[in-house]
Design a protein around this ligand. Sequence first.
Ligand code: SF4
Length: 300
Amino acid sequence: MSDATIISARKDVLNAVILAHNYQIPEVQGIADVSGDSLELAKISKDSTADVIVFCGVRFMAETAKILSPRKTVLLPVLSAGCPLADMITPAALKRLQRENPDAWTVSYVNSSAEIKALSDVCCTSSNAVKVVRNVPARRVIFVPDRNLGWWVARNVPEKEILVWEGCCNVHEQFSPDELQEARENFPDAEILVHPECRKELLERADAVLSTSGMLRRAKESAARRFVIGTEEGMLYRLRRESPEKEFFPLGSKRICADMKQTTLRQVRESLERQRHEIVIPPETGDSARTALERMVQYL
Ligand code: SF4
């Protein structure tokens, strides 16, 4: 029997749902019940009637799903699938920064650990970071952990003082201004869309700075026929699937998140067969992190 057949059978037995991030390999996105960005998937896990969530992505995403659905079993097929960006700030470092800036609110990007979320006043995503920071009731804001998204927020919310943590995504940092210039020359009719985790030189020069869900919307709604995409290459699969009449090209060479690509059909199958690896979050951490996540909607 194929992995896909066994996965389907085990899903029925466990009343499980399979969620895959947009950066997962096509085979995994192909067997998933839903593909999406981290927050879309976390919301789906919360609303789902499934007892078991198999989260094909990286650890902080599965944690977010668990925080929002504490009574469900959340499985991460590959335990070592982490996010180097999320690991760039520790709870001790954030506590120190908070002690030094007691009047500042802490806004954490969802690409952060459960402990960091628990220490935050509010969370944000790449699509709503500007709005959240603009609306929080403080003039000074500690923004963690991504410096490029933090720079984008500071540029769009000049009325606030933003203390930006110096973390970055090693995948999005690889896109260069030269590649953007080359794409302009090679695809003069195309729109260039970049993710806000890219370097600020790209954020300044792209046609639009968008989250992955924003890119999907833009591709459908724009009159342009061709797009150059500055984010992890897995996104091209979903863009092409959802807008088959349009053309999508990677910005420069394909950029691959090695952590995202660790999950294969075999590991999804084993995760369902052995119910591994279950995400466990201490209740106090989960409660505080949930407050920060739920508060996000208040400031949109
Ligand atoms: S693409 Fe970057 S931010 Fe996303 S999971 Fe990989 S390392 Fe983390």
